[in-house]
Design a protein around this ligand. Structure first.
Ligand SMILES: Nc1ncnc2c1ncn2[C@@H]1O[C@H](COP(=O)(O)OP(=O)(O)OP(=O)(O)O)[C@@H](O)[C@H]1O
Length: 252
């Protein structure tokens, strides 16, 4: 069975994230115009769009980092619209922003154990917790680096570390903003393999990306955003075969 078949056999009928009518402004300038998104449990949805389309703003609004107006934002059936970011995190959402903020003066392992030490890791009935061993298994490149200061890591290593650190909180939904940005193709490939493995393990992921090839490699579903509106939403397989959408909105 191919990795795609295994992944697509994960039950994705239940909703993890449900967003309706999400609108956001920077000052007087409106940048989101009623975003609707449904991410099913176990899905990896890619939010694709050109520079400035509104991907990061959508992620930040869902994570509660910037003010927004929505008809609904719910996570696992719980209303998170309007909550402060720490309460949205407590509800099970982990956001990995594009600037990859590690704690530079702390070791890789200390960066990973921070959530557990702070007692903020979530516990889910019937689900396996993330542990250091599980993180090193998912991101084997981090194991030999565990005593290294995080500030000394390469961009790709830092990306793996921030994803690992987010997972240590046992989120139900992982939001990744441009995980491939600025990384060498070989590292992008490694990150893609590891996101694919997370997906296979049933982790629900929403990722924002400009890199369509990366998305089509890792995502089960795609939503295309253009000028603050969702203009297309379907399986990754359907987008692969839709040259018109790729040409019109993704400059391919
Ligand atoms: N802090 C800000 N103040 C004012 N306008 C902003 C701010 N941040 C983003 N914008 C504008 O909002 C729009 C959406 O930006 P956003 O960063 O969400 O796009 P994006 O799709 O993530 O783009 P990129 O791929 O370049 O990161 C753009 O027109 C952008 O110029």
């Amino acid at each position: 069975m191919s990795i795609d078949n295994i992944v697509n056999s994960v039950n994705t009928t239940d909703s993890s994230l449900s967003v309706a009518g999400l609108t956001a402004f920077y000052g007087a300038s409106q940048v989101l115009f009623g975003i609707d998104l449904e991410v099913g449990r176990g899905q990896c949805m890619a939010l694709l769009g050109r520079n400035g389309a509104g991907k990061s703003t959508t992620m930040k609004a869902i994570a509660g980092i910037m003010p927004s107006i929505a008809k609904k934002i719910s996570l696992e059936g719980n209303d998170i619209d309007g909550l402060p970011p720490y309460r949205i995190a407590r509800a099970g959402l982990a956001f990995v922003p594009e600037d990859r903020q590690v704690f530079p003066e702390h070791s890789v392992e200390d960066n990973l154990t921070l959530a557990a030490k702070a007692g903020s890791a979530l516990r889910h009935e019937g689900r396996e917790d993330w542990t250091l061993d599980r993180i090193y298994h998912a991101f084997p490149l981090l194991l030999p680096l565990r005593t290294r200061l995080a500030g000394q890591l390469s961009g790709g290593e830092q990306q793996m570390l921030v994803i690992g650190r987010a997972l240590m909180g046992n989120p139900t939904l992982l939001l990744l903003d441009e995980p491939s940005e600025g990384l060498a193709p070989v590292i992008v490939q490694q990150i893609a393999v590891q996101i694919g493995a997370l997906r296979k393990a049933g982790t629900t992921i929403l990722l924002a990306e400009q890199n369509m090839h990366f998305c089509l490699h890792v995502a089960s579903h795609v939503a295309v955003i253009d000028k603050g509106r969702i203009v297309y939403c379907d399986s990754a397989q359907a987008l692969r075969n839709n040259d018109e959408i790729k040409r019109r909105y993704l400059s391919v």
